[in-house]
Design a protein around this ligand. Structure first.
Ligand SMILES: NC(=O)C1=CN([C@@H]2O[C@H](COP(=O)(O)OP(=O)(O)OC[C@H]3O[C@@H](n4cnc5c(N)ncnc54)[C@H](OP(=O)(O)O)[C@@H]3O)[C@@H](O)[C@H]2O)[C@@H](O)CC1
Ligand SMILES: Nc1ncnc2c1ncn2[C@@H]1O[C@H](COP(=O)(O)OP(=O)(O)O)[C@@H](O)[C@H]1O
Ligand SMILES: [K+]
Length: 498
């Protein structure tokens, strides 16, 4: 699914109005009904204080208020700056709400604040949505601060008010919601870790915008979803043999960190690669051969770390390097040797990235379409500190196209930047994956996909998606706390397709 910016979303709105056709007030009603249904399911016994400005986001708030009232749910509506310019659909919804006997509508003008809400009431933030075009200030800002000061749960409609959908919002007043009910599609601002304290849990509600619009519009960003995965996935032929699925080499581990080698090797085996070899320190041979007997093993002449490769690399269709290797100068030298002698894409993680950040010119030696998998700290060691997450993804895209590599910026919504200038946000995974070794699993998995002949971008997107899916399956069984990285390997599954 493409990610759209605020003006494209407005266009999508208009497209749907003409294409379906549906009037704009009916589209607002459909959006309000979707919110009402979600709210009723989640909070069946609460009362609601709904805060509205006078644009269409406020119009949604008024329609939600009416729909809740019609179900005999207690609702108070506060209209902020009621004398301000009102949208047509806001005005229509205000008339409809006023027509309901007992409607409790309170106008708030500068300096008048509402009474503190009932402790069990839920606040609905329908002040501003995607129409925001400047930071919130003045009385609206004071109302935002008032809402944030309450201990009540807050549900934001479409966007937490004050949060920009496409750019960094800075430190101006912004609603801190527990839940955000956003319409039809994620917004960039709802994917950024720096905004997490504002959007809480995001729920995308289908309001029936015309899918055909998406084929007419360009977007730099996309979400990884099952359909994208399916578009890359290659079915195994009945007569296929292991020689058809490549030979992956995992270079990993050091004394005390052999677990990293085991996890990435096992994940590589489960990627579908035909053959997997692990290159490990001499003393690690028994560990790897016992825990991953399906893999072959090359031992380093050094017992405790990776220093030397004494065999040709050409026969390997993909190489993953870095988990648990350490950054000893001998390991650094080996990495440089690989950069100079191997021309196919590499997958670089963990200590390989730490070595790169100490030898930045080597970034230019990376074979085209190599994949690097930094977490935010590794990313800033490589490419410098960024002042916010929007800047970080921009830098990732710039560097991916400059270095002609894929950058996987790991996190809750892992971001994949491709040399073609496209960025993908992953939709799978959970905080249970914040446990040592999860990244090693990802490295092995992506290396194995690359070895089978998937392009670097496909391997990166599929790997990240599958890794998160495995995390979700592991969390469903063990809970987020009890799951460990080895469970990700066990739970790796390729989705079934028709
Ligand atoms: N397609 C969809 O998904 C659908 C969307 N729908 C809903 O419409 C919402 C978008 O509505 P919207 O365009 O009327 O904008 P909204 O956010 O209400 O702002 C209103 C006005 O406020 C002003 N303003 C701007 N910044 C400001 C600030 N900082 N402080 C104070 N004022 C500020 C600015 O006017 P200006 O002052 O610039 O003239 C702006 O026009 C969307 O989020 C969703 O809830 C659904 O109903 C149907 C389907
Ligand atoms: N809160 C989270 N939500 C979703 N995925 C997460 C979360 N925390 C970590 N992950 C995933 O787990 C992996 C952790 O990798 P990394 O930080 O390299 O850990 P390690 O070095 O311990 O293997 C990444 O793929 C990341 O996206
Ligand atoms: K809002």
């Amino acid at each position: 699914m493409k990610l759209l910016n605020a003006s494209q979303i407005r266009e999508w709105d208009q497209y749907t109005i003409q294409d379906e056709p549906i009037s704009s007030i009916d589209l607002m009603e459909r959006a309000a009904r979707a919110c009402r249904d979600w709210i009723r399911r989640q909070f069946p016994t609460h009362s609601f204080d709904i805060f509205c400005c006078t644009g269409n986001n406020g119009g949604d708030g008024l329609a939600i208020a009416r729909l809740l009232m019609l179900m005999r749910i207690p609702v108070k509506v506060f209209i902020v700056n009621a004398a301000g310019k009102a949208s047509r659909d806001f005005t229509t919804n205000l008339e409809r709400l006023k027509a309901i006997p007992g409607a409790n509508i309170i106008e708030l003008t500068s300096g008048t604040f509402p009474p503190p809400p009932d402790p069990s009431a839920i606040i609905i933030d329908a002040l501003l949505g995607t129409g925001i075009n400047r930071p919130i200030e003045g009385f609206t800002g004071e109302i935002v601060s008032f809402i944030n000061a309450q201990s009540n749960k807050v549900i934001a409609i479409d966007m937490p008010s004050g949060l920009q959908s496409d750019t960094y919002s800075g430190t101006t007043p912004i609603i801190q919601a527990n839940h955000t009910l956003t319409f039809q599609i994620f917004k960039l601002g709802l994917l950024m870790p720096c905004n997490a304290g504002h959007f809480g849990q995001v729920h995308v509600l289908d309001i029936g915008l015309a899918p055909a619009y998406l084929t007419t519009v360009e977007s730099k960003y996309e979400l990884t979803e099952k359909t994208l995965f399916a578009s890359f996935y290659k079915t195994r032929e009945n007569y296929a043999h292991k020689g058809n699925f490549g030979h992956a080499l995992i270079i990993a581990g050091s004394y005390g960190k052999m677990g990293a080698a085991v996890l990435s090797t096992k994940a590589c085996l489960r990627s579908g690669a035909g053959l997997v070899t692990a290159h490990v320190p001499g003393k690690g041979v028994n560990i790897i051969q016992t825990s991953a007997p399906e893999a072959m093993c090359q031992t380093d002449p050094d017992g405790e770390m990776i220093t030397t490769i004494q065999y040709p690399l050409k026969s390997y269709s993909a190489i993953g390097i870095g988990p648990g290797t350490g950054t000893h100068p001998s390991t650094q030298k080996l990495l440089q040797h690989i950069f100079n002698s191997y021309s196919q894409p590499l997958v670089l993680d963990a200590d390989a990235l730490n070595i790169l950040s100490e030898n930045k010119p080597w970034l230019n030696l990376l074979p085209e379409n190599s994949i690097i998998t930094p977490h935010p700290k590794e990313f800033s060691r490589l490419f410098g500190e960024q002042s916010n997450d929007f800047e970080r993804i921009e830098t990732a895209l710039e560097q991916a196209s400059h270095l002609k590599i894929i950058i996987i910026l790991k996190g809750h919504r892992t971001f994949i930047a491709t040399p073609a200038g496209k960025g993908y946000f992953n939709t799978t995974g959970n905080a249970g994956m914040a446990t040592g070794g999860s990244g090693d699993v990802l490295t092995g998995l992506i290396t194995g996909l690359l070895a089978q002949g998937y392009t670097a971008a496909e391997a990166a997107i599929m790997g990240v998606y599958l890794h998160g899916l495995a995390g979700d399956k592991a969390a469903a069984v063990y809970g987020m706390e009890a799951m460990i990285a080895g469970d990700l390997v066990k739970k790796l599954r390729f989705p079934a397709f028709e």
